[in-house]
Design a protein around this ligand. Structure first.
Ligand SMILES: [Zn+2]
Length: 332
């Protein structure tokens, strides 16, 4: 079984090697390296060394588009948005929002470039983390209650081609379907590029299956010929969940069932960030890890390494105990 962690914030390969050797001692056999726009611009060769150091030590290596275009999850800024303000998602009033439009040709070209660079680092897997359209809760202030994205010229043109009529101004079922279709088509294009470079693909969806988050029917993603691993991240605190065992058991069952049906690997992420220093937090980490493993997940990862000790904005209060709890639960 695969047991791993995400890893970020260290770009000195000598320090990385120290951490990798400790992870190996702690029983991990997989590591995900974040590869943000900043990493791509400034650290590409360094990242190749970091991935090579991980490969050399027998880890299964993952690389993800950390915050790229703010279409993917991650604590990273996007230079793409600054350089291409007209490629951002647009509301019905014409205001641009703080995420790239998945249907924008410039963004697609930038993502193809990212994918080729990421595959060039020589990882085993590209990890497409929480691909999403912006949800209305995140919009800038002053937007009407029924605001939605995206109604940019590229989306309108594509919608009209597909539907034979102009895109409506009010969000309806056809819009929700259009967003889902666009996201699936985008992922498929990027995964095909990775597959051509002999790199496997994992997609991690947030556990919500509503229209706002993008992909309601996970079967449609699971059926993609270039997908290898179906992943989800049942982080109980952001989802405001009390019964962690039930939540993780249900999301694990969803992913494991689909993975079996479509001959994929299943993967579950364990919350290691933002946890308070109280017994319940460690119980939850232990319960979530055990539940994912008992539920038949092929791969379990924690976000992120050492309980996010090295990233203060999301660090757990006692990160070392969070980490040790995960290591112990995964090793049982
Ligand atoms: Zn658009």
């Amino acid at each position: 079984m695969e047991v791993g962690t995400s890893y970020f914030g260290v770009r000195d390969v000598r320090h990385v090697v120290d951490d990798l050797e400790r992870f190996d001692d702690e029983g991990l056999n997989a590591v995900l390296h974040t590869f943000s726009e900043r990493d791509k611009y400034f650290y590409e060769e360094t990242m190749a060394e970091i991935v090579a150091a991980s490969n050399d030590r027998g880890f299964t290596t993952y690389v993800n588009p950390w915050g790229v275009g703010k279409v993917f999850g991650g604590e990273a800024f996007s230079e793409f948005l600054a350089k291409h303000p007209d490629s951002r998602q647009q509301t019905v009033t014409g205001e641009r929002q703080h995420g790239a439009c998945i249907n924008d040709p410039e963004f697609r070209a930038a993502m193809r470039e990212w994918t080729e660079a990421a595959a060039g680092l020589n990882p085993d897997v590209l990890f497409w983390d929480e691909p999403h359209w912006l949800i209305p809760d995140w919009f800038y202030d002053g937007q009407p209650d029924d605001a939605w994205v995206c109604r940019c010229s590229h989306c309108r043109e594509k919608y009209e081609t597909q539907h034979g009529r102009p895109m409506p101004a009010r969000e309806d079922e056809t819009i929700r379907r259009f967003r889902e279709d666009s996201l699936l088509e985008f992922l498929s294009e990027m995964m095909e590029l990775a597959a051509q470079e002999d790199v496997r693909n994992a997609v991690c969806l947030v556990p919500e299956t509503d229209a706002e988050h993008g992909i309601r029917n996970w079967d449609r993603l699971a059926a993609d010929e270039h997908l290898d691993t179906l992943s989800t991240d049942p982080y109980w605190e952001p989802s405001d969940v009390d019964d962690v065992e039930k939540f993780v058991a249900e999301t694990t069952a969803h992913v494991v069932t689909l993975a079996e049906e479509y001959d994929l690997q299943s993967q579950i992420w364990i919350q290691g960030f933002g946890l308070s220093d109280e017994p319940k937090s460690y119980d939850n980490v232990e319960t979530a890890t055990r539940t994912a493993i008992e539920g038949g997940a092929d791969s379990v990862f924690m976000w992120g390494w050492d309980g996010c000790r090295a990233i203060s904005s999301i660090a757990s209060e006692n990160p070392d105990t969070v980490w040790q709890t995960y290591i112990d639960a995964a090793g049982e």
